[in-house]
Design a protein around this ligand. Structure first.
Ligand code: SAH
Ligand code: SF4
Ligand code: F3S
Length: 440
């Protein structure tokens, strides 16, 4: 007789790596009799896969845990686990802060999760924030094959050795580790066999990828491109200092590598870049962009920015605006600086909240204009669109352009999972609209 099905609800916060980890944990727990559910109310196990990058993100986790109190009161056998970067940063402190949580496991110890669940059954509240030597993904079994969405993430590199002065990631994810290319190719082939047409390679510093045989990200991309049925390859997030010549060249040479690059710079002021420990100047970043554009002139660029880093003057901020003007971004993420415990910048004098917020508004206004102009520049063009899902209206499907524009096209659901050609007819608030030309 098979064991009764238990239900698992995973809530994912933060970056795409957490999305990937949540999928892997869900898949691994499926082999232990857990079925995924979309609502916390009917779950036997709730995992909050958390993010520690900014104060708001971390605080939200505690308020969300508090909101689970009535569920736990009604069903004392409900298990609640905290995973992800808050788990790594706060560890057992989470158990002291709230009695609702039964287990805490950091990002490098997920393969130990099934064993930890057994220990809860024995009355323990296990905590594991080790950085074990073994690769967790080798020990996280995949559930049997099922058809998947046309796009998937694949973590190829994890951790960060850069230690930007504001950032918790080197502490929460540990040192840079690259997974062996052979394993990644096998995983990619499996994803393609499940219907995946686009893979986004993930890493905190993905372009620093180098496996034990010396394989680089450019080499890995070349090998992935040979997989039949894999149509598109993307990667994120890159550090400017790891943008190797072979990777830049790949953007010009490999048609499956999409013309979109997320290359955070954080600030346009050399003084602030130095204080951030970014180890490059604004000029070096701009020269790098020139080289990338020489290899692939139509590449769409994206970035991350922080406003109001300690010591940032109005003149420093003006240099950030000037850099944004010079680059002309297709898309970007920008944040007000948030002091994070344990990071070097946390001890420095924080600028007033209003100053950070006001600069953020001005920066976002500029970035928003660039983004809208980039999107509008697509109108009238014929684009290859990977159709991902049903659209907003009946008779529409939604997909992405090579440049990562969201686009709605008038076409039937049979196009989902395929790359089709579409003529862009209009640019809306958050997406393009287009007509199906052919299902090339
Ligand atoms: N590894 C990636 C992403 C790191 S986190 C990279 O190096 O680019 C994503 C973004 O969050 C960062 O690029 C940065 O812009 C922002 N960020 C990180 N720490 C922050 C902090 N303490 N306050 C505000 N923004 C922060
Ligand atoms: Fe954080 Fe900097 Fe590492 Fe990116 S490169 S993860 S911002 S420390
Ligand atoms: Fe957040 Fe951790 Fe990702 S802090 S951004 S979930 S690496």
């Amino acid at each position: 007789m098979s064991a009764p099905v238990k239900k698992l609800f995973v809530k994912t916060y933060g970056c795409q790596m957490n999305v990937y980890d949540s999928e892997r944990m869900t898949s691994a727990l499926a082999t232990r009799g857990y079925e995924a559910t979309e609502t916390a109310e009917d779950a036997d196990l709730i995992l909050l896969n958390t993010c520690h990058i900014r104060e708001k993100a971390a605080e939200k986790v505690y308020s969300d845990i508090g909101r689970l109190r009535p569920l736990k009161a009604a069903r004392p056998d409900l298990r609640i686990g905290v995973t992800g970067c808050v788990a790594q940063a706060e560890g057992g402190e989470i158990l002291r802060r709230t009695p609702l949580v039964d287990l805490v496991v950091g990002p490098q110890a997920y393969h130990r999760l099934p064993g930890m669940l057994d220990r809860i059954g024995e009355g323990e509240r296990p905590v594991d924030t080790d950085f074990p030597a073994e690769d967790k993904f080798d020990h996280l079994p995949e559930a049997p094959r099922a058809r998947r969405a046309p796009t998937a993430f694949l973590t190829v590199q994890e951790g960060c050795d850069k230690f930007c002065a504001f950032c918790v990631v080197p502490y929460t994810r540990g040192a840079e580790v690259s997974r062996p290319a052979g394993r990644l190719l096998a995983e990619a082939r499996d994803l393609v066999a499940r219907g995946v047409a686009e893979i986004t390679l993930l890493g905190q510093n993905v372009n620093a990828y180098r496996d034990e045989n010396g394989e680089t990200l450019a080499g890995l991309i070349g090998e992935l491109a040979a997989i039949e049925g894999l149509e598109r390859i993307r990667y994120t997030t890159s550090h400017p200092n790891d943008m190797g010549a072979d990777l830049i060249a790949a953007h010009g040479a490999e048609p499956k590598l999409m013309p979109f690059l997320h290359l955070p710079v954080q600030s346009g002021s050399d003084r602030i870049l130095k204080a951030m420990n970014r180890r490059h100047t604004a000029e070096q970043y701009l020269r790098l962009i020139e080289r990338i554009r020489a290899a692939r002139p139509d590449i769409a660029l994206s970035g991350d920015f922080i406003t109001g880093f300690p010591g940032e003057t109005e003149a420093d901020f003006a240099e950030t605006l000037a850099l944004v003007e010079a680059v002309n971004y297709a898309q970007a993420f920008s944040f007000a600086y948030s002091p994070r415990p344990g990071t070097p910048a946390a001890g420095r004098e924080d600028l007033p909240r209003e100053v950070k917020a006001e600069r953020l508004r001005r920066l976002q206004e500029l970035l928003g204009r660039q983004q809208a102009a980039f999107q509008a520049s697509m109108v009238g063009r014929d684009l290859a669109v990977l159709v991902e899902k049903p659209g907003r209206e009946p008779g529409q499907v939604a997909g992405k352009s090579p440049y990562l524009n969201a686009i709605q096209i008038d076409a039937g659901a049979e196009t989902i999972g395929r790359v089709v050609r579409a003529r862009v007819t209009a640019s809306g608030r958050n997406s393009l609209f287009g007509d199906l030309l052919d299902a090339a």
